[in-house]
Design a protein around this ligand. Structure first.
Ligand code: NAD
Length: 425
């Protein structure tokens, strides 16, 4: 296919085999045989599994899985698998955890595995009246929801509570019903969406209005994971380091520009574990940022204080909608192994570990920023990436990276020069 004939209007691509799709895409994009073979190699994810997880599959994307060490969480030692492409994320967690290990590590807790589904009701002349009519039906609503998922109910989950809010919008008042559902060890999106869809026609009939959207909220503020930890001042380099870290936190708390980056660092840790366990990174990310802005101004997800003893206490509290069942958790073989390494028995246990990782990540970022700056710690690993970009292979990567770090300049042109020097020896 030449450039002129290229059209993205391909019907029925999903019905073709992976190999056929690769060939079609290869012809479209001018891929050579090696590039198409590269796509066809799905590594340790069986191509049939990949093909059933999403549509139009042409390959898989390998991301390194590292393991965070030194994690003492609620008195138990854990090794935490983390899937990320970003250098220094895993090292940051290991370092933070090492510095609090002797002081007891992380203490975690959780508000419970409660998800919220929303049903949108519009065209209501008397929203206050409608609100009460819906609230009156609590028992019926519980029965309708629980009937949707007998497995969940058998496992001790199901409908827990009802909230009805009236919100003023550009399109007039809307009556929004919240179903609060205990989804046990499932993230719960499908479970609660099914309930909301089943319930919507009843709400319309009871109130005389019209229902539109019926879907979960990713602002899972009834599913908060919490982690706290005290780092002894002497273990982190003394009072000056502690105060620098507190100043960094105060900055993030007061300024959304800083808070965005501060929280991105937390999510470096959180999303890596969420991904490694086959959970939905976007669900957790949207919940985190919405929670960070819940008071009307986007702010830090962590809080840091100086204790009476002069040590540094950190806490992280954030929505954590993750599961051990559903989605890719039970289908992706790497996720299954990751869950085995974590040795968690419930979604709550997983969520609490992830919160500890997020807090550890934030500790390391604040410490680096308040002391040597972020680049020093990043340098060695970043230098390896730059060495690879310059074409270094095998042992050359480490040698070229070390030479770049020694010069204090990590640039591709310098890496190419170092590589040329090495190869000419
Ligand atoms: P799911 O529907 O695949 O599995 C959950 C079901 O498994 C439960 O309803 C229950 O019937 C059963 N189950 C068996 N053992 C259980 C146990 N121990 N605990 C709880 N349930 C058990 O998955 P889900 O968690 O409802 O949905 C998660 C998926 O939905 C993810 O893949 C996510 O990406 C996707 N999703 C997300 C959004 C969003 O976040 N906005 C929207 C739609 C879909």
């Amino acid at each position: 296919m030449d450039g002129k004939n290229r059209s993205s209007r391909i019907s029925g691509l999903h019905k073709k085999s992976i190999r056929e799709r690769i060939e079609l895409v290869g012809a479209f994009a001018g891929l050579d045989a090696a590039e198409m073979d590269h796509l066809a190699n799905t590594g340790n994810l069986d191509e049939h599994v990949a093909d059933h997880l999403i549509e139009n599959v042409i390959g898989t994307m390998n991301i390194p899985v590292g393991v965070a060490t030194n994690m003492l969480i609620d008195g138990k030692d854990r090794l935490v698998p983390m899937a990320t492409e970003e250098s220094s994320v895993v090292a940051a967690v290991c370092n933070a955890a090492r510095q609090c290990y002797d002081n007891g590590g992380f203490i975690t807790s959780m508000s419970g595995p409660l998800m919220i589904a929303q049903v949108q009701l519009v065209d209501i002349a008397d929203p206050q009246h409608a609100r009460i009519k819906i609230l009156e039906r609590r028992d019926e609503i519980k029965a309708i929801c629980d009937e949707c998922d007998p497995i969940l109910v058998k496992l001790g989950g199901g409908f827990r509570d009802l909230e009805v809010r009236i919100i003023a919008t550009r399109g007039g008042d809307m009556v929004i019903t919240h179903l609060i559902v205990d989804t046990r060890d499932a993230m719960g999106a499908n479970a609660v969406n099914t309930m909301a869809e089943k319930l919507a026609p009843y709400i319309a009939a009871w109130t005389g209005g019209r229902t539109y959207l019926r879907i979960l909220s990713n602002l899972a503020d009834r599913r908060l994971a919490r982690a706290r930890c005290v780092w002894k001042a002497e273990a982190i380099g003394g009072a000056e380091v502690r105060d620098g870290m507190l100043a960094a936190y105060h900055f993030a708390e007061a300024d959304p520009y800083r808070a965005a980056t501060h929280n991105k660092g937390i999510m470096n840790g959180v999303s890596a574990v969420v991904l490694a366990t086959g959970n939905d990174t976007r669900a957790v990310e949207s919940g985190a940022h919405a929670y960070g802005a819940r008071l009307g101004r986007y702010s830090s997800l962590t809080h840091w204080e100086r204790t009476a003893e002069g040590d540094l206490a950190g806490i992280l509290e954030m929505p954590m909608a993750v599961g051990l069942i559903g989605g890719a958790t039970k289908l992706h073989p790497t996720a299954k192994v990751a869950l085995k390494i974590l040795s968690v028995q419930s979604a709550e246990e997983l969520a609490r570990i992830i919160a500890a990782v997020g807090l550890a990540q934030n500790f390391s970022a604040l410490k680096a920023l308040a002391t040597t700056g972020i680049q020093k710690g990043h340098m060695a690993l970043h230098a390896q990436n730059i060495a690879m970009m310059a074409g270094a292979l095998g042992d050359e990567i480490e040698i070229v990276a070390r030479a770049l770090v020694a010069q204090g300049k990590v640039r591709v042109d310098l890496a190419e020069a170092e590589l040329a020097k090495l190869r000419s020896k």
